[in-house]
Design a protein around this ligand. Sequence first.
Ligand code: PFF
Length: 494
Amino acid sequence: MTGEKKSEWNSNLTFILAMIGSAVGLGNIWRFPNVLYSNGGGSFMIPYIVSLFLLGISFVLVEYAVGYKFKTSLSKILYTVHNKLEPVAWFVLLIVFLITTYYVCVVGWDLIYVILSFTKAWGSNPDIFFSQSVLQSSDSINGIFTIVPAVLASVAAIWFASWMILRTNLNDGIGKVSKILLPLLCIIVVVIVAYSLTLPGAASGYTQIFSPDWSALANPNVWLAAFGQIVFSLSLGMAIALTYASYLPEGSKLVDNALIVAFSNSGFEVFNSIGIFSILGFMALTSGIPFNDLVTEGTGLAFVVFPQVFNIMGPAASVIGPLFFLCILFAGITSIMALLEGVCYSISEKFNFSRKKSATVVCIVGVVISSIFATGAGSMILGVFDAFLNNFALLFAVLLECIIFGWVYDFDELIATLNENSRITVGKTWKAVIKCILPICILGLWIQGIYSTLSTGDSISITIMAILTVVLIIVPFIFTKLPARNDDFYNKIQ
Ligand code: PFF
């Protein structure tokens, strides 16, 4: 970062592991199985694979090419593309930062469950335990004045860990942590899936996801769901791939790397869902609860259904339970580092902060905002943040990035950058995808997102969304107007 030697990955493997770590997160573990199941099971793999190649990998390539070519932060890149575009960078980064503030909180809940899982401390009613004992949820917004100490402590611990990683130099921080956590994550998932396949009822679970409902393919919402999963899972448009690629040394094979990362991420989520569904099949058989009622996503799956499963699993649960929650913890931490790195990098570049200083500022502000989610009204506010930021704000940001890099910037330069060292090259098809097909698909998802966000809104949610909208408009302009403390910031890169 600025004021220090420019960071560079010490090997291509470190870059690949950090990239896979950024992509593999909560979305792979608890979002994908449900999306797959509710959109046609086996037949969903067709729109999923099409979206992966046509849209996901295509957009990752844009981020790689831009990051690698400019070798700087998103704010400076957009300023270089056009001086009026700097606010867009801060807009994207603010969304990413706000998403991180609640993502950290969910990982914090998970940390609590890692500890609880050794003794199955959630008792015989995990549903009530989660909402009343862990979250201490209140129905009214007044709950915002009641701090939940255990959640706050756990959220602070995750922020502290993130700060420790981010303040350390690139290869000793993010690089080393990815090299340790990612192999551990893979081992844990293999153990869980292998064990889950031995459970009675497992086959009735995993065959559900792979038995195709071909009629679903005619439903445009299924295609949008596939694309939505790819956007979420590959963390598209969040300046992660762009930032990580800016640290690549000359001569890196960009296209090859993008393919490795995208396939690993998708391979992980498909493999992991075999385990999740086998376990749900076992639960359906043992408890008599219909399979449909068990397949849920998000916190309901991780903190309610899975503890119920561990309650009836017998002694193996005291090993599989902690492993399951550790898996979410490791996947979450590697994603949090990636989400924050791009934010810190832009702040460092513009304000001439050292890596340590920007990590400290970002993590302090982060812990303050996250503490809102560690209150009695926390889970309710978190739901509104998630719906608004993910379904609406982030998609708008991705759309803007697509238009900027596809239309405002000279796209042929990106093609040349990508093809420079790669064995697999890109050309006109890619250009057409980025310029036309991708923006249309994102627009479709965005309209669907606006509809679902607004249709679920009560007056409190609408108020929170209105506040977020104002913040998302004002703060990027303030950051743009603040004069750069690094003279070099306004020198456009050639
Ligand atoms: N791709 C990661 C995941 O699937 O969890 C990281 C991530 C994606 C975090 C999207 C947050 C988010 F909104």
